[in-house]
Write a protein that binds this ligand. Structure first.
Ligand code: AMP
Length: 573
């Protein structure tokens, strides 16, 4: 049984476990695949490809079982969701279907999970304790974390965190976007939080009684001195270093700042006063992948070591080296998230054979493929990773980007097709006005919290008069365009907008005619080929945004919130 137990308090033992696993990466991977196949040999899915009998050989598995994406396995997962037995894909009972932030056809992907998966996740979490030399004690009582009302949960957790400020050694959230939302929440609510601490009374709008009682257990008495202290920090003109000022013993900020979250590093640096930002782990609803063995490395240098006992990993080579500027379809040569269609196709064409964990080469790029215990076989996760080195025999990876995602503020992942579909829907509203949408691009504006999507639209009047300003009365139509784009974006986007409030209202900035020509000139000046130039559907470079912004003739946002309703049960992976 490769699922070893890890005692988080036994630093030496845990580190030895990491050494053993990484030293024997190849053997562990072989064993993992053997275990998965033995265990699941009788599932309908595997029998379909392998038959029964002597089918456990790695090469045979690779030859017969196809590499798949979500849409290929969706019918199997939907059957399980509709009550058919787990045996379709997994020998162990599937106890949960986790909703991933990835979507398919606008709906969240459902990822199978078994009771044993929980042990695997615990194993990885436990390994982080000695790596970080940390204590896994939280200031938030479980009841406040589990409170179904987001606002009450956030308020109570922050209140508890402030009351226990002297004990706090690290501040964090899973993703950077969530931590910044918490800081914004304090900015908006510090007077009330201080008043609660001053009087020893929890605000009346905290109506969830279980959550309320848990907070009262911590807020045992009024504490005017503490309230004064917090108030004086929050009253300060600048919030620079507020994390360190509110929680003075904080040693580091525990938050993922790799991948799309890299866009928040400078804001976090500002609020944290330069505390180390530590991205500890790389995980998903499909499977937990690995940990960062050098937690104090700079955000841009973070590498994750995949733990070979989590799943069977394969790697599809992505033939083009990222950052080869002339080959990009986008003009944002520095953007890692800004994956182009062309790149996507190259991955899709699978020019290389999928290789094993120990076969990957430093400096090369790969798409991650997993085979899990809970019923995913050769499943494309959609993440592109670059090999940065090895820890013993286990490769270490930098997270490069999520395939084809162009916009992301929180857990949303909007790709070019999603954006195109949403814009196509919305631009129809321009027809009666006599305007045509001739070009568009986008960027994730994170200058305020929460961040929001910005679309730059270049319009053309059917009747000529290119510089014609949109008449004031058309504001309604433009706002409706904003609403239609949002309404057309996928489930996770709309959940972030409506329920989590982690994304602000989408903005359309209309630019004057000729703006996209100026953008093209800029991209060409940066090395894009004129012949191959295609308008980037997302820009990240400050200069490109500046070119667009300086030509804006109208800004529009909707006041309406897009419709969203829960899809099954949302689970935090
Ligand atoms: P979900 O399935 O919703 O939990 O999302 C998992 C996805 O989040 C992964 O496939 C990655 O694209 C992204 N992700 C998770 N951990 C990290 C990380 N440490 N750095 C960058 N992206 C991450």
């Amino acid at each position: 049984m490769l699922l070893k137990s890890c005692d988080p308090n036994d630093r030496e033992g845990s580190m030895k476990l990491v050494e053993d696993l990484t030293m024997n990466a190849n053997q562990v991977q072989k064993q993992i695949l053997h275990e998965i196949l033995t265990q699941n040999a009788d599932t309908e899915y595997l029998r379909g490809f392998l038959g029964s009998g002597d089918s456990f050989h790695r090469e045979l598995f690779k030859k017969r079982v196809p590499i798949v994406n979500y849409d290929d396995i969706k019918p199997y997962i939907e059957r399980i969701a509709n009550g058919e037995p787990s045996q379709i894909i997994s020998a162990q009972p599937i106890s949960e279907l986790l909703t991933s932030s990835g979507t398919s056809g606008g709906q969240p992907k459902l990822m199978p999970s078994t009771a044993e998966d929980l042990d695997r996740k615990t194993f990885l979490y436990n390994l982080l304790v000695p790596v970080m030399n940390q204590f896994n004690v939280y200031t938030s009582p479980d009841e406040t974390i589990l409170c179904p009302d987001n606002q009450q949960s956030m308020y109570c957790q922050l209140l508890c965190g402030l009351i226990q400020r002297e004990e706090v050694l690290r501040v964090g959230a899973v993703f950077a976007s969530a931590l910044l939302r918490a800081i914004k929440f304090i900015e908006d609510n510090w007077q009330e939080l201080c008043s609660n601490i001053r009087t020893g009374h929890v605000s009346d709008w905290i109506t969830d009684s279980i959550c309320r009682n848990a907070v009262l257990n911590i807020l045992r008495q009024h504490n005017p001195e503490l309230a004064d202290l917090i108030e004086s920090e929050c009253k300060a003109k600048s919030w620079e270093g507020i994390i360190k000022r509110l929680w003075p013993r904080t040693k580091y900020v525990d938050v993922i700042v790799t991948g799309s979250m890299a866009q928040y590093v400078s804001t976090l640096d500002f609020y944290s006063g330069g505390l180390p930002l530590v991205s500890t782990m790389y995980a998903s609803s499909e499977c937990y992948f690995g940990i960062n063995l050098n937690p104090l490395s700079e955000p841009s240098n973070v590498s994750y070591t995949l733990l070979p006992n989590m799943a069977y990993f394969e790697f599809l080579p992505v033939n083009k080296k990222h950052g080869e500027e002339g080959e990009r379809d986008t003009c944002d040569v520095s953007s890692e998230m800004n994956c182009s269609k062309k790149e996507d196709k190259e991955v899709g064409e699978e020019k290389g054979e999928a290789v094993d964990l120990i076969q990957v080469e430093p400096g090369h790029y790969y798409e991650l493929i997993v085979t899990t215990f809970s019923g995913l076989y050769r499943y494309r996760v959609g993440d592109i990773l670059m090999v940065t080195g090895f820890h013993n025999n286990a490769p270490q990876f930098r997270f490069v980007h999520r395939q084809n995602v162009v916009l992301s503020i929180d857990t949303d992942k909007t790709n070019e097709d999603d954006l195109l579909m949403a814009v196509t829907e919305a631009k129809q509203l321009l027809d009666p006005l006599g305007f045509l949408l001739t070009e568009y691009t986008s960027y994730a504006d994170t200058s305020s919290i929460p961040g929001h999507y910005v679309l730059f639209w270049e319009l053309k009047s059917r009747r000529g008069n290119p510089d014609q300003k949109l008449p004031e009365m058309d504001r309604n139509v433009m706002e409706e365009c904003c609403y239609t784009v949002e309404q057309s974006l996928d489930y996770v986007y709309r959940r972030c907008r409506s329920k989590d409030k982690s994304i602000g209202a989408l903005e359309i900035r209309v630019v004057r005619q000729g703006t996209f020509d100026a953008l093209m000139d800029f991209c060409v000046s940066q090395g894009s080929s004129v012949n191959q130039y295609k308008t980037p559907r997302c820009v990240k470079s400050g200069e490109a945004i500046e070119i667009l912004d300086s030509r804006v003739v109208g800004r529009f946002m909707t006041k309406r919130i897009p419709f969203w309703e829960p899809y099954g049960i949302d689970t935090i992976s």
